[in-house]
Design a protein around this ligand. Structure first.
Ligand code: NAD
Length: 484
């Protein structure tokens, strides 16, 4: 699984590659084989953050002054540049973050779709005409860009999450400084290469590398930064929201989930078992929308768990470059250790655990066997804490009301699905479930790139991402009245 040489990264500022002034480095390793160092990531400094923010601020007036159709042309070209390197990007994704190659290819294709979609958004209406009280006056609203937007992103969708922030920001006339996760920095550098190849003008898109606590925090303090879009864990999101609120800059935070599947007595059990297994275990459960709880009606529990077991055991665990691979490694040894410790702390009662193949392909990676446990106390760790791994906690429901009470009983509110054939049950659940992404007879993971994305309660703050919803975040409204 060793994949080649380690690349020494540089910041991408003003369309140039620049060394960090710190000369300190973070190793970015292949989670399938931790002996393979993918990249040496520079530890950025506050000065590097200031240089990136200055470049983005300098580029803003000219980028903002471009017409929507001209910005759209740039986004189309960027999509094409990504398409030209699609297979290479997917292979790097498999190596750098352990995403199984089939899903990695899907993510790269999604990036092209995202850029095409926002190229279209760049030419849509940017305001409304509003009847005025003054006779003869013309009154209208105009949407304008905010200026420099900082983006702080996680490693798990290393291209799609940055792009579903960057593409709308640029479409509406903002400029960007992206601070990607340390463990997906190589892909962010390749993203910058594709932007330069597509002719995105200097300073419009900048990439800053390093640890969140240092350079991530520093970019939020740059006076040029007018907004921050963050995706990552709840603890970091809360800190970013507090910093942004204190500076009175706009923020949106997309955070974790404790996503749930409900299986009702009338469900298609085979379908429920197959989609619950996929939602919980693919990519080793490391999607923010991954299923981590299943609430099953007592009368079908034994049959559901029997079928779930066979579905989970049929999901191939790596190597991630094998097109059949479904599961893959955890991102880090620290994640492996923290999930192991959480299961121990919770005194988790196992229902079943898959096994990791014993071949040499797996011996140096952070592989974690897909595990299904009894959920236990609805207020306990297994019901409440996001573990971010292939661990599913099963709960028993007495009836539909009890199922929805269990489903809603966490601080998170990102994604949920119910399996039922009864329309009344489905409609009641749609009304009462407290999450941003609601499914009926589907997987909790994924969302169409042109549909709004985000959670309720502790999973999100600020406006939704993706699709037409992104316009809310990346523009502000001017109300204009012109009198005769
Ligand atoms: P993380 O919170 O550890 O890191 C996310 C980003 O924040 C990284 O770039 C990191 O360097 C930066 N960061 C860390 N500390 C910072 C600080 N003090 N100031 C500024 N930036 C800082 O998250 P992760 O481990 O990369 O990703 C996994 C988490 O992301 C999970 O909780 C998952 O649910 C969540 N996630 C949510 C969504 C969503 O859309 N809701 C999507 C994907 C992932």
């Amino acid at each position: 699984m060793t994949g080649g040489t380690a690349r020494r990264l540089q910041h991408f500022i003003d369309n140039g590659w620049r060394d960090s002034e710190t000369d300190r480095w973070i190793d970015d390793v292949n989670p399938s084989d931790v002996r393979d160092v993918v990249a040496h990531v520079p530890e950025g400094s506050a000065d590097d953050a200031r240089a990136a923010a200055t470049a983005a601020a300098k580029a803003f007036p000219a980028w903002r002054a471009l017409t929507g159709p001209a910005r759209a042309e740039h986004l189309y070209k960027w999509g094409a540049a990504i398409g030209d390197r699609a297979e290479e990007l997917a292979q790097v994704m498999a190596r750098e973050v352990g995403k199984p190659i089939g899903e990695a290819r899907g993510e790269v294709s999604r990036c092209v779709v995202i850029l095409r979609y926002y190229a279209g958004e760049a030419v849509r209406q940017i305001g409304d005409v509003i009847p005025a009280q003054s006779p003869g006056a013309l009154q209208f609203s105009l949407r304008e860009p905010l200026g420099v937007v900082a983006m702080i992103t996680p490693w798990n969708f290393p291209l799609a999450i940055p792009l579903w922030k960057v593409a709308p920001a640029l479409a509406f006339g903002n400029t960007v400084v992206l601070k990607p996760a340390e463990s997906s920095s190589y892909l962010a550098a390749l993203l910058a290469e594709t932007a330069a190849a597509a002719g995105i003008p200097a300073g419009v898109f900048n990439v800053l590398f390093g640890a969140g606590a240092t350079v991530g925090a520093a970019i939020l303090e740059a006076p040029e930064v007018r907004a921050v879009s963050f995706t990552g864990s709840g603890a970091v999101g809360a800190r970013i929201a507090a910093t942004a609120a204190a500076r009175n800059i706009r923020y949106q935070t997309e955070m974790g989930g404790k996503n749930v599947v409900i299986v009702m007595p009338d469900a298609d059990i085979a379908k429920a078992a197959s989609l619950t297994a996929a939602g919980a275990m693919r990519y080793a459960g490391q999607k923010c929308t991954a299923t981590s709880r299943v609430v099953v009606a007592r009368s079908v529990e034994d049959e559901f768990l029997r079928q779930l077991r066979s579905q989970v055991e049929s999901l191939p665990i790596g190597p991630v470059t094998d097109p059949k691979a479904a599961v893959g490694p955890l991102i880090s040894r620290a994640s492996h250790d923290s999930i192991t410790a959480a299961l121990k702390d919770a005194n988790a009662e196992s229902i079943f655990t898959s096994s990791i193949p014993s071949s040499a392909d797996f011996s140096n990676g952070n592989f974690f066997a897909p595990t299904v446990v009894r959920g236990g106390d609805p207020d306990g760790l297994l019901a409440q804490r996001e573990l971010f791994g292939p661990v599913l906690a099963a709960f028993t429901a007495d009836d539909a009301d009890h199922a929805i009470e269990l489903a809603n009983g966490t601080a998170y509110g990102l994604s949920a699905s119910i399996f039922t054939r009864d329309l009344r049950t489905a409609l009641d659940y749609i009304d009462r479930i407290h999450v941003g992404l609601v499914r009926v007879n589907g997987d909790t993971t994924g969302v169409d790139p042109h549909a709004p994305f985000g959670g309720m309660k502790g999973s999100s703050s600020g406006s939704r991402e993706q699709g037409p919803a992104a316009r809310e975040f990346y523009t502000e409204i001017k109300t204009v009245q012109v009198n005769p």
